[in-house]
Design a protein around this ligand. Structure first.
Ligand SMILES: Cc1cc2nc3c(=O)[nH]c(=O)nc-3n(C[C@H](O)[C@H](O)C(O)COP(=O)(O)O)c2cc1C
Length: 225
């Protein structure tokens, strides 16, 4: 079936996934993980992802209290979506700036991100529950990708991902009464946001920077005196 094109997607066998997408073992990638909520609606979240080439596995680490962790525990499945930095930021912070639409994967029927450049549905093989993280090992069951040229690299977008990953950790740290850690994350995020803003232009990326900055301000207001 490799090479069959379905409405702009190339369908390939999942055993080719790491070669086709250029995943390298040991590298920490950032992806969008999509899962089903209990009410059947799709859920998207930015997540780190590693791969084990020998056994063809994805390794994910959702926070134990995240919606993604709950959905993965309940359904035992999801999808890894390779998407540009703007989607990583949107999926992490739910800013409603970058529209995301969802379809259903052809093999497992899980939600997939239509705007992704590659998608792999997965089944969970093993979950280890720690105090903070759920360690998930999952095997890819499908692979489809768009044969589009890579987009030009943007430092602004990359810096915004750095800001988003810090902002996404502020509330968990506040929940653990770790105010100093939350303050450190906010001050690092502020530097990334201002650097990102200088390189963002006035289009959608500029809008996204504005929304991330607003999120910074609203999180700053949550810091106890
Ligand atoms: C680049 C990036 C990587 C992230 N990686 C993880 C991760 O590996 N595990 C995690 O729990 N949250 C991670 N986050 C934070 C979540 O995306 C964010 O807190 C979130 O949407 C919470 O997850 P939930 O929507 O499943 O509740 C990451 C955020 C960013 C911006």
């Amino acid at each position: 079936m490799d090479g069959l094109s379905v409405s702009g997607w190339v369908i390939a066998h999942p055993s080719n996934l790491f070669d086709v997408l250029g995943f390298e073992e040991g590298v920490h990638y950032e992806v969008v993980v999509t899962t089903f909520n209990e009410d059947g609606s799709p859920h998207a979240s930015a997540m780190g992802c590693r791969v084990v080439s020998r056994s063809l596995a994805f390794l994910l680490k959702p926070h134990v209290e995240s919606q993604t962790a709950r959905n993965i525990l309940r359904t035992g499945r999801g999808a890894v979506n390779i998407a540009s930095p703007e989607y990583i930021v949107e999926a992490a912070l739910d800013l409603s700036v970058v529209p995301m639409s969802f379809g259903l994967g052809e093999v497992l029927g899980v939600p997939v991100l239509c705007e992704a450049s590659a998608v792999s549905e997965f089944l969970v093989d093993e979950v280890v529950r720690g105090d903070v993280w759920l360690q998930v090992r999952a095997s890819p069951q499908s692979l489809k990708y768009r044969p589009a040229p890579a987009r030009p690299y943007s430092r602004s977008a990359a810096l915004l991902v750095e800001a988003a990953v810090r902002l996404s950790r502020v509330e968990p740290f506040l929940g653990m009464n770790r105010r100093d850690e939350a303050l450190r994350l906010l001050s690092e995020a502020r530097v990334f946001i201002e650097d990102s803003a200088r390189l963002a232009g006035g289009g959608r990326l500029g809008q996204l920077v504005g929304a991330v900055r607003e999120r910074l301000y609203s999180l700053e207001r949550k810091i106890p005196p």
